[in-house]
Design a protein around this ligand. Structure first.
Ligand code: ZN
Length: 363
């Protein structure tokens, strides 16, 4: 039996691996920064994406970019605000940046706490500028619309600088998710193993392996393709700020930095850390609404369910004579995510089930 706490507490290697990857020149672009990625100390600045809208002919979209560096060592890139209605990561990351003294680290932290800035300003999952989902826009395009330009900058200019990538998500407006550290699928067994070790260091009680149905356009998929060690999170949701998830996020940021060998100190794993290691096992794990109506969820988040258990009902408010549709879970598992808005249409995801991810499959 693998000792999960021991696995979570040690890194396979604390040597920077960015330097060992083949160097690829960024595609041609016009984005510029107010920080120097190579300079020691703490810099809280921006990168600027030149745009030329009606009311700002030579203006830019300004995206927060912070660098904390002390000598040579690994680089950890931390992202918040990938979706603009997911708040625990950006809040915890901002706090961390305000508090951190460069003397406490060895190596470098690059932080982009509100990367999808126009979506963050709007409190929306997608950008109000071009309607795109930043996390379906990689590897991006410097000649594309704003969201694709920002993705290209992260892909071409920040990932090649980094050894680790921590991508802080929450459920957002349409989902409530069991606060979890997320194992992102590595592109090689060695990459996958590194991802698992770093994710177990985060210190969440629930750890879930996801593959987003094989989606290749996410920031974590792009980081994996470049060989970074990748850790994700899902923290509560509903467009709300959860104190419990915030506490988990604050601790997890520090733990991953310690695991990477960047932050001094001991990893702080609570007694229930890594007590449930799960995976979202493909399409059947997603329960999809089959009719238009109002969804009444009947499975509490985190509940253990069995195949055939009632998940919820869809009510038809415009036809009170019609009985609601009863939705039943297709398999055994844990209710990992649940739809937030009551209104549903065919195709909406109402529950996601996670199942055991036994150590034999990954250790
Ligand atoms: Zn998200």
């Amino acid at each position: 039996m693998t000792d999960l706490k021991a696995v979570g507490a040690r890194a396979l290697s604390r040597e920077p691996h960015a330097a060992r990857r083949p160097r690829v020149e960024p595609r041609r672009h016009s984005i510029f920064t107010t920080v120097d990625l190579a300079r020691d100390g703490k810099q809280m600045g921006y990168f600027h994406v030149p745009q030329s809208p009606h009311d700002d002919a030579w203006g830019t979209v300004r995206v927060p970019l912070a660098v904390v560096k002390n000598g040579e060592g690994p680089t950890v890139l931390i992202e918040g605000g990938n979706h603009g209605d997911e708040y625990e990561g950006p809040i915890a990351l901002g706090e961390f940046l305000r508090q951190i003294d460069p003397a406490e680290i060895t190596g470098r932290i690059i932080a982009i706490p509100a990367i999808n800035i126009r979506a963050v300003e709007a409190g929306r999952r997608t950008s109000p500028v071009d309607g795109l989902n930043f996390n379906r826009s990689f590897p991006g395009d410097f000649d594309g619309t704003l969201t694709r330009q920002i993705a290209a900058y992260v892909n071409d200019c920040l990932f090649p600088e980094a050894d680790y990538f921590l991508d802080l998500h929450s459920g957002g407006s349409s989902l409530m998710i069991l606060p979890s550290a997320i194992i992102e699928s590595g592109t090689t067994p060695e990459n996958h193993r590194r991802n698992i070790e770093a994710t177990l260091a985060f210190g969440a009680s629930t750890v879930v392996m996801v593959d987003n149905l094989g989606e290749t356009r996410t920031s974590t998929a792009a980081a994996n393709r470049q060989g970074l060690t990748v850790v994700g999170t899902e923290m509560a949701g509903g467009g709300l700020v959860s104190q419990g998830a915030l506490a988990l996020c604050r601790r997890g940021i520090r733990n991953v930095l310690i695991h990477a060998g960047v932050l001094k100190g001991e990893i702080d794993l609570p007694p229930d850390a890594n007590s449930r290691i799960l995976k979202v096992a493909g399409g059947p794990a997603y329960m999809i609404a089959e009719d238009e109506g109002v969804f009444e969820p009947l499975t509490p988040l985190g509940a253990d369910v069995r195949a055939g258990d009632v998940a919820g009902r869809i009510h038809f408010l415009h036809r009170p004579e019609r009985e609601p549709i009863v939705l039943r879970h297709a398999g055994d598992g844990v209710a990992f995510a649940m739809r937030q808005p009551g209104k549903v249409r065919p195709g909406n995801c109402v529950y996601v089930l996670a199942t055991d991810y036994p150590a034999e499959e990954w250790s």
